[in-house]
Design a binder for this molecule. Sequence first.
Ligand SMILES: Nc1ncnc2c1ncn2[C@@H]1O[C@H](COP(=O)(O)OP(=O)(O)OP(=O)(O)O)[C@@H](O)[C@H]1O
Ligand SMILES: [Mg+2]
Length: 455
Amino acid sequence: MLPLQFASNILAQAPTWTDKEVIGTVVSVAVALASLFGIAIKFATGATRRRALKAERERQELLNELERLKTLVATSSLEDVKQQLAEARQEAEKHLKAAEGLKSSLDDVQAAVDQHQADLGTERRRIQRALNKDGQTWNEKVLSSAPDFKALDPEGRCMPVISVLNLKGGVGKTTITANLGAALDALGYRVLLIDLDLQGSLTGLYLSENEQSKLDEESHLLADFLASSFGAESPNLLDYVRAVLPDGKSALVPTTDNLAYAETNLTIRWLLREEGNRDPRFLLMKELQLKRITNQYDIVLLDCPPIINVCCVNALAASDYLLIPILPSKQATSRVPVLLKRLKEFRDNINAELKIMGILANRTQRSELTYSEENRLTALRNECKDVWGTDVPLFDTFIRQSAEIRAAEDEHRPLQPDNETFPIFEELAREVVSRLPTFCHASTSPERSAKGVTS
Ligand SMILES: Nc1ncnc2c1ncn2[C@@H]1O[C@H](COP(=O)(O)OP(=O)(O)OP(=O)(O)O)[C@@H](O)[C@H]1O
Ligand SMILES: [Mg+2]
């Protein structure tokens, strides 16, 4: 449009020109316009060509890009995908493995829960059984893993263990243990006395209150030995003995009323199976069979409590013999067959080697038995044989009522050789020795005793 506008402007501005001039101008303008059109066309063609070229270039580029993309998809991208797939598979496998591990852990946990539930069921049944037994837990069957009792043997253990036992209280168990121990010591025996009664009467008979408190503080009591022995610490009983009697060859394992707590603790731990299959009934027996004890002592006397508890059962499990003190009264003797019935059950279950050494009458009225005392003892002997199955011997010796016994007790000591009643215990000691196998003898010579012994 610009050249036409230019031409009309010229025509409008030259009204005075001649025709030649006008024609010349018009031709010139026409030529100019043609040139302009030519240029414009030329330009237009060049731009179109450039656009076409550009378009062609772009098309080519696109084709190239397409080729490149094709190649990319065909080669490197596929590899990438493959790589990614492989990585994804690896990742998935890892998770699968972790899941499997988790599943197996869950299985383990489930198995543990099942086991605990089964254990709990066993414990429940066990406690229920104990309850059904009216507290007669001690008759529970002994597992085959329990330690063996080795009987007295000239080639093995020559140290007899004697329990002084009666479930009736106050019949003289402690008095007899203490004074028989002193008499055996006087005969040359190295005596080990063990106080198994939580009343601690035997300990009180040998040691002052101060000495007892000191041992308590130092944890040197029977309760401490039993607790650590049940805890599988293998304590040495010799660390708990306290030398007693003049030349110190005999000793006492002392007890205070703390034993009551230890008893309860041991019983509960056993019922709950806290120590696996460990059985608290054999702690003392195991120890008393060891050479370190049998080399050190010639005879062991156990002062038992008047109840069947963990200590009493330990005594029964560890003993070769029972010495049963009785009072020759009707009321006291009537309980003896009942005691033997119980002991028979223990013999059958816990210690097949348990023998009754004899029944010993204590606190008789005089030096000789009265007619009624003698009759009562004879009747008792017959009743005992019926229950026990074999003859139950009576000791020929009997201990008469004596004020000296109480007096000595008040002074925290057993009877001494200058006491009038002491020879009775020496006589008893001789009778005890006579009922032992001959290889169970004193290891020291009884020089001291020769002075005071009445044969
Ligand atoms: N022969 C006796 N003469 C005088 N008193 C005696 C005689 N025997 C025992 N005693 C006294 O009888 C009481 C009870 O004796 P002891 O403590 O020995 O009996 P126990 O059977 O051990 O009793 P527990 O069942 O309580 O353990 C004591 O005070 C003791 O001094
Ligand atoms: Mg007692």
